[in-house]
Design a protein around this ligand. Structure first.
Ligand code: 5GP
Ligand code: ZN
Length: 112
């Protein structure tokens, strides 16, 4: 999608610190990190939100991508948090589906 910032990162049109990528997903550092490790994993194909995904294929492979990035960044054994903010009440600010991977410190619960 032409005006979408995450589509532009996925296509290389705007720069980001790319951590990992394959044919389906791109993982890059969050611009405003909330933890020592804060990466966004996004599908290359523009998909607005979690509620705009059909079927288990994309969602399942996204979580496998999260596993890969967690291992790559060394946060798998200590643990990490994966967050999907969905639509307005979920606090989603970028309307392109993304999985936050937060790690490198203890995560409080509940979230704000
Ligand atoms: P949301 O609030 O939609 O779940 O998360 C959007 C995330 O995208 C935020 O954590 C924000 O810091 C990050 N973000 C927004 N614009 C950019 C950008 O241009 N580049 C990068 N790397 N991250 C961005
Ligand atoms: Zn997009």
């Amino acid at each position: 999608m032409q005006s979408c910032v995450f589509c532009k990162i996925a296509s290389g049109e705007i720069p980001a610190n790319i951590i990992w990528q394959d044919d389906i997903f791109v993982a890059f550092s969050d611009l405003s990190p909330q933890a020592p490790v804060h990466v966004l994993i996004v599908p290359r194909k523009h998909t607005v939100s979690l509620m705009d995904c059909d079927g288990p294929e994309l969602l399942g492979s996204a979580l496998v991508a999260v596993q890969k990035v967690a291992v790559l960044l060394g946060v798998a054994s200590d643990g990490f948090r994966t967050v999907i903010n969905c639509r307005d009440n979920g606090g989603q600010t970028v309307p392109h589906l993304h999985f936050h991977l937060l790690g490198g410190r203890f995560m409080q619960w509940p979230p704000g």
